[in-house]
Design a protein around this ligand. Structure first.
Ligand code: K1U
Ligand code: ZN
Length: 174
C-alpha cells in the first residue's frame, strides 16, 4: 500500500466529473487500497478518487472510529437511489483543510454501487454515514461542501482562503 497526495482546493481536478469505472481490475483495487491508507493517515472518514487526482467513480469510507458498525467500505460507481428527510451536520473536507461549516443534506439515503469484485450491492444509511456518502458522491460530480453553504459565508471563506494561499506562497507578505 502507498500514500497518495491529497489535492487541495482550488485544484481543478476537484471540479471534474469523475468517469464511470468500466472494469474492476488490479489497478482499481490498488488505487482503492492506497486511498484507504491515505484516508486513515489523514485522518478522515472518507475519500473520493478525485481527491487523489484520479477522476474515476470510486469512494472509500470507514466510520468505525466514529462508533459505527460500518468498517471500510469501497463503493464503485455509487448512485443515490433514494433519499428522505433532512439533517444539518458540521462538515470538513480533506481537500479544504481547517475549514468547517454546517451543511444541510438528506437524513437517510439508499446507495447502489459495485464492490471490489464488481458485484452490485445496496446500502441504506442514516446519520453521519448518510452525510459521508453524500459528501463523497458529491466529490465525484465535482461538488464540494462549500458549494452548499450560504453565499455570504462562502464569500468570506473564499477571501480567507485566497489570503491563506498567498501567505503560503510568500510568507514575508503582511
Ligand atoms: O471527503 C473528505 O474530504 C473526507 C471527509 C469526509 C466527511 C467529513 C465530515 C462530514 C462529511 C464527510 C473527512 O473525513 S474530513 C475529516 C473528518 O471530518 C474526521 C476526521 C477524523 C475523525 C472524524 C472526522
Ligand atoms: Zn471532501
Amino acid at each position: 500500500m502507498a500514500l497518495i497526495d491529497i489535492c487541495i482546493y482550488p485544484d481543478p481536478v476537484l471540479r471534474e466529473t469523475a468517469r464511470p469505472v468500466t472494469e474492476v481490475d488490479h489497478y482499481l483495487r490498488k488505487l482503492a487500497d492506497d486511498m484507504a491508507e491515505t484516508m486513515y493517515q489523514a485522518p478522515g472518514i472518507g475519500l473520493a478518487a478525485n481527491q487523489v487526482g484520479v477522476p474515476v467513480r470510486l469512494v472509500v469510507i470507514d466510520l468505525q472510529k466514529e462508533d459505527y458498525e460500518q468498517g471500510l467500505i469501497t463503493l464503485i460507481n455509487p448512485e443515490i437511489v433514494a433519499a428522505e428527510g433532512t439533517t444539518t451536520f458540521e462538515e470538513g473536507c480533506l481537500s479544504v483543510p481547517e475549514f468547517f461549516a454546517d451543511v444541510k443534506r438528506s437524513e437517510q439515503v439508499t446507495v447502489r454501487a459495485l464492490d471490489l469484485d464488481g458485484k452490485p450491492f445496496e446500502i441504506r444509511a442514516s446519520g453521519l454515514f448518510a452525510v459521508a456518502l453524500q459528501h463523497e458522491i458529491d466529490h465525484l460530480s465535482g461538488r464540494l461542501f462549500i458549494d452548499h453553504i450560504n453565499p455570504i459565508k462562502r464569500d468570506i471563506f473564499k477571501r480567507r482562503w485566497k489570503k491563506k494561499l498567498k501567505q503560503q506562497s510568500d510568507p514575508d507578505q503582511p
